[in-house]
Design a protein around this ligand. Structure first.
Ligand code: SF4
Ligand code: SF4
Length: 197
């Protein structure tokens, strides 16, 4: 089973692209969509590398896991962590969870499960994930993006701009050369006409 929750990314791509300010960072460091401010543009769906946002067929607005924001506000644990009978899903202060997870990885390594590692617990993926995983295979095997695939949109601005400028320069040079060749052909044709007359 895979808990496909919002990762409440430290550098959240969805929050970066939302044009209306509907997506906010809460007092619990979670990422939350304010329904009344969402216009249903879907930019956040494209930006999220984890595919955890969908548009409500009834309300036509973006929706995702809120990490039970309403329960957190009342001092309660998110429902998934509360309900899980094996504590596969755990909730708590992020530093405590990371320390607990590191011990779990060490325990697995000592038992021979040397492939075990933490995904998203350090800052290498989007500055860190506030919902991180203990995995025993590469991320793609679980439907999760690799470090290279999970990028904030602003990281693509400079490469995309440089590419656009380079493409314009090449197109401009091509047009210039084509114009030069056409001029040469016209001049040659005029010379031929002058010679024959
Ligand atoms: S997992 Fe997706 S929806 Fe959740 S904070 Fe990260 S980018 Fe936003
Ligand atoms: S669909 Fe809503 S939450 Fe998502 S980017 Fe657009 S306005 Fe923001």
């Amino acid at each position: 089973m895979m808990s496909d929750v919002c990762k409440h990314c430290v550098n959240a791509p969805c929050l970066e692209v939302c044009p209306t300010g509907a997506i906010i960072r809460t007092e619990f460091d979670t990422v939350y969509i304010q329904e009344p401010t969402c216009n249903g543009c879907r930019d956040c769906i494209t930006a999220c590398p984890f595919g955890v946002i969908h548009v409500s067929a009834e309300k036509h607005i973006a929706q995702k896991c809120t990490l039970c924001y309403d329960r957190l506000q009342h001092g309660l644990v998110p429902a998934c962590a509360q309900a899980c009978p094996t504590q596969s899903i755990q909730f708590g202060p992020i530093a405590e969870l990371k320390a607990r997870a590191a011990m779990r990885v060490d325990a697995l390594h000592s038992r021979g499960e040397t492939e075990a590692y933490l995904y998203g617990a350090d800052d290498s993926i989007l500055g860190g994930l506030n919902a991180f995983y203990l995995l025993v295979d590469r991320p793609e095997a679980y439907g999760l993006p690799s470090k290279a695939q999970a990028q904030v949109p602003s990281r693509s601005v400079w490469p995309a701009s440089i590419k656009a400028v380079a493409t314009s320069l090449v197109a401009g040079l091509g047009a210039f050369l084509a114009f030069g060749r056409r001029k040469e052909r016209v001049a040659a044709s005029e010379r031929e006409e002058a010679t024959s007359s």
